[in-house]
Design a protein around this ligand. Sequence first.
Ligand SMILES: [Zn+2]
Length: 84
Amino acid sequence: MREKWYKLIGELAQAEKIKCPNCGKKAIDYLYIGDEETEIGYLQIWCNECKKGIYISRVKIPKNVRVVSFEESKKMKLPSYELL
Ligand SMILES: [Zn+2]
């Protein structure tokens, strides 16, 4: 199951078109948390419908994705979902 989620990583720039590997709904959302200088961070991908998802540490942060800094992430409400 997790491999199907890993395949989504390259498609996140068009997250609204991705179908959830778990429930099939187009409800995938993601968040990169990291340092824009080093371009290294964490990636959270989850489904707003079935509340399942994955968490990947130490990923390269690509261009054209939504990213928040570690400082910002401490102040915001992070998504809650069940890790696969
Ligand atoms: Zn789902």
